[in-house]
Design a protein. Sequence first.
Length: 318
Amino acid sequence: MDKNAKIYIAGHNGMAGSAIYKKFKESGYTNFVLRTSKELDLRCQEDTRLFFRQEKPDYVILAAARVGGIMANSTSPAVFLYDNLMIQSNVINSAYENNVKKLLFLGSSCIYPRLSPQPMKEEYLLDGKVEPTNEGYAIAKIAGMKMCEMYNRQYGTDYISIMPCNLYGYGDNFDPVRSHVVPAMIRKFHEAKVNGAPEVVIWGTGNARREFMFADDMADACLFLFESYSGNGFFNAGTGNDISIAGLAGLVQSVTGYKGKIVFDSSKPDGMPQKLMDVSKLADAGWTYKTKLQDGLELTYKWYLENYSKFNGGDING
């Protein structure tokens, strides 16, 4: 790839997109076209088509998405389905209409069936029903991946897909209601420490198992595939290791220095019993992750402390 080729990163302000943007810049790419969601609403077909006709990017990385944790997905399934379907469809079709050379689509491990054999291989896709608590998001991501695949088959495009496991890292969403499990825990434990709360309540039984990858590692995997792969397959991207939610809570408690009690609210849903990805396909291609979970959590907590006022309107000391 020409290092001066024009690259459009959709969603460059989000956790995943910002990590990708940083990684590509570090690798010597220099010509980026960027728009915030306020500047360009990718849900709007005509606005998206006009943007592509005007900017004519050579390459596209589709990291823009409506994302959220189990509560957000459970209470707003139509929003997650609609917004993601519209974003993906508009960007992918506009890329085709404007002869984009290559597109990378970011999916999610939630595409796999709820009771999928573990670890989940790429070929298990569509072998069963997805997890009900994130059905809207999962169906949208499956559609986006299949759209890339079918455009390749019908039009000869070069659109590839990567399915990351649960991501965390710099720039994550720490909203206590709408965030994913790692940032939600970091905020809960930190605020409990600052406020001297005797206990922290975690949704679910604590028995569900999840795989977590530092977002900077995901960005490295995206760069690797973008530069080395063309084809109609897709790749799982993860660590190949999982941990129970109870185990994760213990790690976050340690990283934040909280000394109180952890309580699990079993009246709340666990989601999928386990989500562990088989990452052998990407490993065989030549890529593996670098950041251990403990190290990544420490880096993320440090970033949270440095940016805490963005999330609660005050300083980190309460």
